[in-house]
Design a binder for this molecule. Structure first.
Ligand SMILES: Nc1ncnc2c1ncn2[C@@H]1O[C@H](COP(=O)(O)OP(=O)(O)OP(=O)(O)O)[C@@H](O)[C@H]1O
Length: 264
């Protein structure tokens, strides 16, 4: 049986008297690619933040390898879980190399110098995301897609067991969407990501959790979660669900917007 790496048990997160994440439970197996999908405002990012402890849970708990996450010290968590969040970090004059180097922090003491092995690891990560030639460029001057790839390189250097990504394909053109997702899958990590594009989700995720209004509507394989009637209910759009002839994966094709529908 495959080992469970992450387990969310009845997670609730409230803010300003409002419940944003409501009684969410799921497990993610070791090396599984687990996608969180749902409409804008469903609570996907909030749920991720609950998982990596940026938001304190109102109730429930998250287990990592069977142990409550809050029993690990921060350094240990940073060695096991890497996060690529959405791009809104102001990083001023840091270069690509500076940012990627941050992935080593959980393994270093203050003022420790990089070893040859560290430098090799960084160069490998930069090569993987195709940014070696831009290593000295200031992060803020990169394109959105390059910034995203730089943050993924930082996560690679962190050598986590679990990689949590919030909309990893944002800002990426269609080539890099596929390149990044197939690359992170090849890392052989447990991968948890929010993703808007249901066709990418179907292509790359082993299982999907469909969130709406902070609640789990379905959690299963893409074939089971991505049903036309369910998608209509959640996204208020008619769609056709069939198979992509090139990949044999589930494919969603949307109809024109129904002007009568009220998209919340
Ligand atoms: N720190 C916060 N303070 C107040 N409200 C918050 C906070 N974080 C999230 N929310 C609210 O929680 C709801 C869910 O937001 P969240 O960003 O988790 O949704 P999402 O599913 O990731 O949306 P999107 O697809 O638009 O990125 C929103 O109504 C948002 O305004």
């Amino acid at each position: 049986m495959t080992a469970v790496q992450i387990q969310a048990q009845n997670i609730n997160w409230q803010i300003d008297g409002k419940t944003i994440v409501e009684d969410v439970s799921f497990t993610v197996a070791k090396n599984e690619t687990f996608g969180i999908v749902g409409p804008n405002g469903a609570g996907k990012t909030s749920l991720l933040k609950c998982l990596y402890q940026e938001y304190p849970l109102s109730s429930g708990q998250v287990l990592l390898d069977g142990m409550p996450l809050d029993l690990f010290d921060r350094r240990e968590v940073a060695q096991k879980i890497a996060v690529v969040s959405q791009l809104h970090e102001a990083v001023f004059n840091l270069t690509v190399l500076d940012i990627v180097n941050m992935g080593l922090i959980p393994y270093k003491t203050l003022f420790a110098r990089n070893t040859d092995q560290d430098r090799q690891l960084i160069a490998q990560a930069l090569t993987t995301v195709d940014l070696l030639d831009k290593q000295h460029q200031v992060f803020n001057t990169l394109s959105g897609g390059e910034q995203q790839r730089c943050l993924i390189a930082r996560a690679i250097v962190q050598r986590p067991q679990v990689l949590i990504m919030d909309e990893p394909t944002n800002h990426l053109d269609v080539f890099y969407q596929h390149q990044i997702l197939s690359m992170v899958k090849k890392l052989g990590l447990t991968l948890i990501m929010t993703i808007h594009d249901l066709n990418l989700a179907a292509q790359y995720c082993d299982r999907l959790l469909l969130l709406s209004g902070g609640q789990v509507l379905a959690c299963d394989t893409p074939d089971i979660v991505l049903q036309a009637s369910r998608l209509k209910e959640v996204f208020h759009l008619d769609c056709l669900v069939d198979r992509n002839p090139l990949t044999e994966k589930v494919r969603v094709t949307y109809a024109m917007i129904d002007e009568e529908a009220n998209h919340e």
